[in-house]
Ligand binder design. Sequence first.
Ligand code: SF4
Ligand code: SF4
Length: 364
Amino acid sequence: MNKIGFGFLRFQKTGNDYDWSAIREMTDLFLDSGGRYFDTCYTYLNGASEEAIRRCVVNGRSRSGVQICDKLPGYLCRRPADALKYFDEMRLRCSADYFDVLMLHWLNAKNYEIADRLGQFEFLEEQKKAGNAVRIGFSYHDSAELLDRILTEHPNVDVVQIQLNYLDWDSAGIQSRLCYETCVKHGKKVIVMEPLKGGTLSSLPGEAEQALRAARPDWSAADWGLRFAQSMPEVETVLSGMVLPSQIRQNMAVPAVLTEEDRKTLFSVRGIITGKTSVACTGCRYCETHCPQRIPIPDYFAMFNELCRSPEDGWKILPSYESMSASRGRASECIGCGQCAEHCPQHLDIPRIMKEAAAALESA
Ligand code: SF4
Ligand code: SF4
């Protein structure tokens, strides 16, 4: 059994537009491989993610056997009536009368206050009653304590989307385990995001890679991460932002099975990975559009991580940095305004890290 869902979040433009036929082909491949769950959000790719749902998932296809989850940006609402305005736009962009899962996007303490004040949970319930949503829920980026409060105050949600992976399982910041256990306590099904921490767990430091290979020679680093997330009993779907047909083939072949022995092996390499990863950036790009200096924050953090992990590869990494920063802001042009950090689900202190990245990437 496989629980992989297709996250429409990481497609990149080819020139000025997206390669819609390539996305359509990947959608076909995903469905042919037994996949059924597609995940989008009003804000993903500035609306192009919902357009991809319309063009590649909905148009010319029966909805039978296909599940679409869309997320409402409740934090953009000023009045209760705004929720309907966004919801109508979401349905129009996706060309969908209803969503199989309708979520509030990105609940944290600040956004929960807005959702509560503007009656957005009641709005979700109305849509479910009207047949415009089969199930309702929210995606979540805050503490397990707040999650417990939300689920106590709003017991009618069906599903919760949380960040869950073996590296964040016991972390004090992301609290994967505690959030998962809170969902279980309230009888909610779990949708997993970031099972590979934005790719961090697909390419491991050599020592960690070797330890996992010794235990299971046929499994890739990504296999381990996807098995871990899928093996949780109350996890219904594990989202993967796949961008290549080969990733779809590979991920759809990974079963939802992990033995207790495998789990111990996996936990034993966490210290190695954490020790070699400077910045826990998942590459979600939520921060980027808020930067007045047009700094490609996740790209620079990925380069910084690579440089810390393998300083001997500086001869490859530094020219890439120079080439990218020729048309975008340089790391050293960060003015420390902090607008990016407000939107970072990993709670990274981006201005501080950007200074360190600038020192490393511009040292030559
Ligand atoms: S703190 Fe730096 S990276 Fe962040 S938005 Fe401001 S200028 Fe951009
Ligand atoms: S810095 Fe934070 S918001 Fe920006 S891409 Fe990385 S994880 Fe996402």
